[in-house]
Design a protein around this ligand. Structure first.
Ligand SMILES: NC(=O)c1ccc[n+]([C@@H]2O[C@H](COP(=O)([O-])OP(=O)(O)OC[C@H]3O[C@@H](n4cnc5c(N)ncnc54)[C@H](OP(=O)(O)O)[C@@H]3O)[C@@H](O)[C@H]2O)c1
Length: 342
């Protein structure tokens, strides 16, 4: 009985938080005619976003090209070092801030609750804006506090002692203050996310995670839907990212014959079909490219696949995960998820 009362109280407190977010901060993207999804805050997130990890020096031009091509959703992170380039690209494009959905991420050295707002302020400054559309906890794993992004001791990552629940509670305050329209997480396991839901007030608006036709995580994706958590697929081209050495000895996902075959029907390439598959699942996708022709082509990955074609692509799942820094970060990521190497 007591337990049920507590659950009811938690639920109603969570509902009131969410309704506060919705009433105070809902934003629609005026004039954006491509696919958008609604977050649990009521705000809209464009289905195709633009990734900015790596090639730091190229990002000002890349973001400019992306905005010119029609993207209105940019993904960056403190650790990428690309927030200043993103700001410059936005400025050069002349697109108004209010028409762009900006996501950035809290880095692991700033998980201590007393460091979270400072870290957010630093991102806001570099992005030359006074609010974020979405602020994500990049990883559940804390590093030692301080200026070093990758604090090491005897060649090993020096861990911090903040609990991700406390970190998230500090992020919740940024919603209350208006600095963040929405908050969420990235790279959480199901158990980590379940605990977060139990012990905090604001249901994450989004979970950004590795997902593509070779790593579909169908049950996990469905679970997010049931909880009202939007999924953003990172590395939507699977092993296209040259840093993923695990994908070197197999063919590239975007060259998969099934994607090419489906694409022929629509006059699209494998990369565009991979993006359309994610969008068909109700997810946003954030392809990265520094190459103008690819930036433009990838934006045309926002098209509707017929359900028979979605099903063909569903058959490609290999439970192949390319991004798992458990060894270097000193945290066992994705313990209960597909593609985990035991
Ligand atoms: N939350 C996290 O922990 C996390 C982790 C990974 C990524 N992300 C986010 O997700 C974004 C995307 O993921 P990602 O950068 O790993 O990989 P991705 O977008 O799946 O692939 C990027 C790679 O594919 C190439 N490429 C792009 N379009 C192509 C096309 N049409 N044909 C052939 N090759 C193409 C790019 O080359 P060029 O640039 O040379 O054109 C680049 O090497 C990141 O930039 C980042 O914003 C987040």
């Amino acid at each position: 009985m007591l337990a049920r009362l507590k659950t009811n109280m938690q639920t109603s407190s969570r509902l009131s938080q969410v309704s506060r977010q919705i009433s105070g901060q809902t934003r629609t993207l005026a004039g954006y005619s491509k696919t958008k999804f609604q977050l649990n805050t009521g705000a809209e997130i464009p289905a195709i976003g633009f990734g900015t990890w790596q090639d730091k020096e190229a990002q000002e031009d890349a973001v400019y090209e992306a905005l010119k091509a029609g993207y209105r959703h940019i993904d960056t992170a403190r650790i990428y070092g690309t927030e200043p380039g993103v700001a410059k690209g936005i400025k050069k494009s002349g697109v108004s801030r209010s028409d762009i959905f900006i996501t950035t991420k809290l880095w692991n050295n700033s998980h201590h609750p007393d460091d979270v707002e400072k870290a957010c302020d630093a991102s806001l400054k570099d992005l030359q804006t006074d609010y974020l559309d979405l602020y994500l906890m990049h990883w559940p794993s804390p590093f030692a506090r301080g200026d070093k992004l990758m604090p090491k001791e005897n060649d090993k990552m020096k861990a911090g002692d903040s609990d991700y629940v406390d970190t998230y509670k500090a992020m919740e305050k940024l919603v209350a203050s208006g600095k963040c329209k929405a908050i969420g997480v990235s790279n959480f396991s199901k158990a980590e996310l379940e605990r977060l839901l139990k012990e905090t007030d604001i249901v994450p608006a989004a979970h950004q995670l590795e997902m593509h036709p070779y790593l579909q995580q169908t049950d996990f994706a469905e679970w997010h839907k049931a909880k009202g958590i939007h999924v953003t697929q990172y590395s939507p081209f699977g092993n296209a990212n040259p840093i993923y050495d695990k994908g070197e000895d197999i063919g590239k996902l975007i060259d998969d014959p099934v994607l090419a075959d489906v694409g022929r029907k629509y006059g699209k390439n494998g990369a565009q079909v991979a993006l359309a598959w994610g969008i068909a699942k109700g997810h946003s996708v954030i392809p990265k490219s520094k190459t103008p022709a690819r930036i433009q082509a990838n934006f045309e990955g926002d098209f509707k696949l017929e359900s028979e074609d979605v099903q063909k692509i569903d058959g490609l799942d290999k439970k192949l995960r390319f991004n798992d820094p458990s060894g270097s970060f000193g945290w066992n990521f994705y313990a209960d998820l597909d593609g985990k190497q035991k």
